[in-house]
Design a protein around this ligand. Sequence first.
Ligand code: ATP
Length: 602
Amino acid sequence: MSTNQAPDGPRRSTVRSLLRLWPYARIARWRIAGSVAAALTASVSVLAVPVVLRRIVDGPIADHDMAGLWPLAGLLLLLGLAEAGLFGVRRVVVARPLARVEAAMRGDLFAKLQRLPVSFHDRWPSGQLLSRATSDMFTMRLFLAFPLVFLIVNCTVFLVGTGLMFALDWRLALIALIPMGPLTWLTHHFEQRYSGAARRAQDQNGDLATVVEESVLGIRILKAFGRHRTMAERFAEQSRSLRETELGKAGMLANLWAVIVGLPELALGAALALGAVLVAHDEMSAGTLVAFLSTALALRWPVESLGWLVAYANEAATATDRFYEVMDEPEPSDTEPSDTEQAGPGPAAERGIRLSGVRFRYPDAPADSPDLLCGIDLHVRPGETMALVGATGSGKTTLTALLPRLYEATGGTVALDGRDIRTIPRAELRELVAVAFEEPTLFSASVAENVLMGAPAAGTEQLAAALDTAQAHFVDRLPAGTATQVGEQGLSLSGGQRQRLALARAVVGDPRFLVLDDPLSALDVHTEALVEQALRRVLDGTTALVVAHRPSTVMLADRVAVLHEGRIAAVGTHHELLQSSAVYRELMTGEAAPVPEGISTR
Ligand SMILES: Nc1ncnc2c1ncn2[C@@H]1O[C@H](COP(=O)(O)OP(=O)(O)OP(=O)(O)O)[C@@H](O)[C@H]1O
């Protein structure tokens, strides 16, 4: 799916999208209602001004009664103060709870991202997710704080003010309202066009975040290859597209604004001219004309604000859509096992890891390509270490990712100790199977926190043992030992050091099943030998599948499985396979002919 395009299909309804904010907005419903009440009272007090003005003009001013003027002038002042005070109250009432709403939405989005399968993250650029968790959240919060309140308040004020104008003089009111028809049509038309542009801008914002993130994370490569200029150009281009979309939005809004402001002014001018004629013919009092004028002026803001309120509502609806595009993603099912399935390990023959007829293809693989894995049958006996070898790109990493259900097999079954992994609760499965990938990922946390991620309940002794197994003694020389913070993604450590910490993380929980994806690839020969020695002890007590590229890693295993063209082509010991499997021989030695007995393959 393209994540930087508005989804196709029927045009979405702004109102329906905004209604989806309710589950979160309800956290602050009373505060929002209080805010609406305060703003409404303030606005209605503004509408009381023309009524008082009429009394002043037709009363004390017409009668030259100064004594009668002061109380009414005092009332005007009070109305002004009430309006200012209530608008202040509105801001205070709503600010804090809306920060809570935003925090709740962001928390749910983050939790959802953690639960979504790896295949989702393969599809979605991280910048798109980042912008949904930041700028979109801000847009939604701001909408609840201001535009939502003003949409309700301004519509109410408009209706009350219109009623007041009709009560003052229906002829003038009719003239003043003539522009409403064209304005309604125009706003509807604007909303349709603006929503497309708003979506485009928010998606482009996400793309821009992706470029920034990639260039920051890949800064070493960019510098080393002198590609920072190319990246800067890419950034400038994305930034230009975003600017053009934003300018387009501003242009649309400016055009609407010109009509929204201009048309009512013309109508008001015509109403005033008629009013002046009526006053001259004594068919209307001067006070009524003043009151009508000030009512019409008080309605200017509600009408003029319509453009940006509709625009902002649209942005918030788009942000809501983008938020729910992630929240609505189906999560992998975590089937609760039945009693029989929970009964524990199956028969002895079924113990260990068993893959039967396992098929797999990536969702975005070309339709005419064969499955990457097309019928894998493999049994790793309990306590056995099985090495998995195969040409580069043959699917070894993919196969290992099926065990902890990072990807779901598209056919066949994977069973651990006789239990289909789809029936094992995910949390339990992740405890049973520990993994270390070729690309070791560390987090901005201490060494200890990174390693203990593999077994949160483990103590310092297990931590030390795991570091020892992984030959990660370099930790002792770090400034604060295991409490040393490793930089973002562990970039302050060398590749080999990161790999050893990842290995320690995999073994710290003493897992029942261990999956290692070429765990020693970044180590020098000396360290590799030391890690191998220690690893041998760990592998003795566990059932393991180890992806191996080099004979030295293969030597850790009891048996070797050869992955070739989506199937297990051969299984046997290293020496057996050197004799019997041409594919294996070629992989290990680069030669297809049998290797004479006694010749080392290292
Ligand atoms: N997330 C993904 N989405 C789509 N295709 C993928 C994805 N990950 C890997 N592939 C493709 O699947 C194939 C197998 O990849 P995999 O990483 O499993 O191979 P491998 O045998 O581990 O390779 P290597 O020995 O180089 O590590 C490759 O052709 C790769 O392009």
